[in-house]
Ligand binder design. Structure first.
Ligand code: SAH
Ligand code: F3S
Length: 464
């Protein structure tokens, strides 16, 4: 059947899948909200859907491949009924031409164009093939109330979009555009609404949250500062935003991700230590332990500066957990550089981390100007080495919790045993324990009895 036979007037059900980072999960909630407010219906059943949306990610070639494979798997649906396939998100920007040549895809929409989704779908139903991609210096989706599933107690909230850092390996500045910060007033308002709806934890999202900055209007500044600050501050940076939020939503846990080490200020570390509702965990991607590689990546910090930042964090917030992203096999990485990454990991002993092998992304500086000259098997071998090392470090860190009592926010049922809850402590470590009479959303005290490299196990105790 062809798309021209689409019945534009009938009820339209959309199905949506998200790939990649937390930012994409947060964007999904924006897309769902826009569509629900425009007469579309959400379904989790592929058989019912007549619009299938894949919210894509192009950060690594592996993720891109996973999305393409998924599309191939879903294409049988097109034979059964009139159905539209739409690619949203970063991949639509980086692969625009390929997708338009692809018979399966009806439309592609970049991350700054989601408000156009309803009209694009309607045009596609009439048989048009559309690619809507533009990079906006303003779009923060301030005025969209994200759709959030019922009975959830943790929420994501994007405070910046895009990135200006231009790490040489990274496609984000090209697919998501220049960095824009969302106005603090709307962030505070949304957090308060979340709290009223029963959410107990919010994670502030951005590719580089520490470079959050709001110049705002005088009117807005007055409104915010009058409440909290007496001195006449000119701008709101990330430390001030955190400070404001911690005060305005005192019973809500606050997390944030990601921090580029180059942009993390002392003030941010101090604000984290000052407020008990700001979680004591920092995700601080290092990428490599070698100065030569950091320079080639344009990360704008040295190994020494990174390690002294870690020192600072540990001295101001001794209980803070630290996680990382590390990439192996970047251009010109030799065994000595790799050993420097290993020695940095040994020095920090991260709680956990995300590890990848380098894949060149079209359009980036490293793709255009540097040689992808580390053989694939060496990239993989180095990757396995750091994964194994991280596992040892995670175990080392987990062991320290044995016998200790942790304050845990219950998030849901353990996937492995329905008699157990899972939740997280302030350090973002997953803790599993018998349900007893506890309920989702409660904060409980758990004595830690056992561990794996990724999870702590314990039992609930009465608060002293
Ligand atoms: N904003 C974050 C990174 C976001 S991307 C930061 O400041 O570091 C998430 C992770 O994906 C990166 O930290 C990096 O380790 C990995 N990554 C990004 N581009 C990649 C590429 N071309 N190949 C392999 N891994 C990549
Ligand atoms: Fe990418 Fe570097 Fe920004 S990794 S998202 S360009 S901080």
């Amino acid at each position: 059947m062809n798309e021209k036979k689409f019945n534009v007037l009938k009820k339209n059900f959309f199905y949506i899948e998200s790939y990649g980072c937390q930012m994409n999960i947060s964007d999904n909630e924006i897309v769902i909200s826009i569509l629900l407010n425009n007469g579309f219906f959400l379904t989790e059943n592929l058989k019912i859907a007549n619009i299938i949306l894949l919210n894509s990610c192009s950060i690594r070639s592996k993720v891109e491949l996973a999305i393409k494979n998924r599309l191939q798997k879903l294409k049988y649906l097109k034979k059964e009924k009139p159905i539209l396939f739409g690619i949203l998100g970063c991949l639509s920007n980086s692969m625009k031409k390929n997708f338009l040549d692809n018979n399966l895809i009806n439309f592609t929409i970049g991350p700054d164009s989601y408000k156009k989704i309803p009209s694009i779908i309607r045009l596609s139903m009439k048989g048009e093939k559309i690619s809507h991609i533009f990079s906006s210096k303003k779009e923060t989706y301030n005025n969209i109330k994200p759709f959030r599933k019922k009975n959830k107690i943790t929420a994501f909230l994007s405070i910046t979009r895009g990135c200006d850092n231009m790490c040489t390996f990274c496609i984000v500045p090209f697919t998501r555009g220049r960095e824009i910060s969302r106005d603090p007033y709307s962030i505070i308002k949304e957090c308060k609404t979340l709290y009223k709806k029963g959410f107990k934890e919010v994670t502030l999202l951005g590719q580089n949250v520490d470079s959050y900055v709001w110049f705002g209007s005088d009117e807005l500044k007055k409104r915010i500062y009058k409440k909290i600050y007496t001195e006449n501050k000119k701008i709101i940076d990330f430390s001030k935003l955190l400070d404001l939020l911690a005060i305005e939503i005192p019973f809500m846990r606050i997390r944030f991700s990601t921090s580029n080490p180059h942009d993390m200020s002392n003030k941010v570390i101090e604000v984290i230590s000052k407020h008990s509702n700001i979680c004591k965990h920092i995700h601080l991607p290092v990428q490599s332990g070698s100065d030569k590689i950091l320079k080639l990546m344009n990360r704008k910090y040295t190994r020494k500066q990174y390690l002294s930042l870690i020192q600072k964090i540990k001295s101001i917030i001794p209980e803070c957990s630290i996680s990382h992203d590390i990439m192996t096999g970047f251009c010109n990485e030799d065994e000595k550089d790799h050993q420097e990454t290993i020695s940095l990991m040994n020095e920090v002993k991260y709680n956990y981390g995300y590890m990848f092998s380098y894949s060149p992304r079209p359009g980036t500086y490293s793709y255009n100007k540097l040689k992808d000259n580390v053989p694939e098997f060496i990239k993989k071998k180095r990757l396995q080495e750091i994964i194994d090392l991280q596992r040892n470090h995670s175990i080392f860190q987990m062991k320290k919790y044995i016998g200790k009592i942790q304050e845990v926010l219950i998030e849901g049922e353990s996937k492995k045993n329905n008699q157990y809850w899972y939740g997280k402590n302030t350090q973002n470590i997953v803790i599993v324990f018998p349900k007893k009479t506890y309920k989702i959303g409660e904060t409980v005290f758990i004595k830690i009895m056992d561990y794996t490299s990724a999870t702590l196990m314990g039992i609930g105790i009465e608060k002293k």
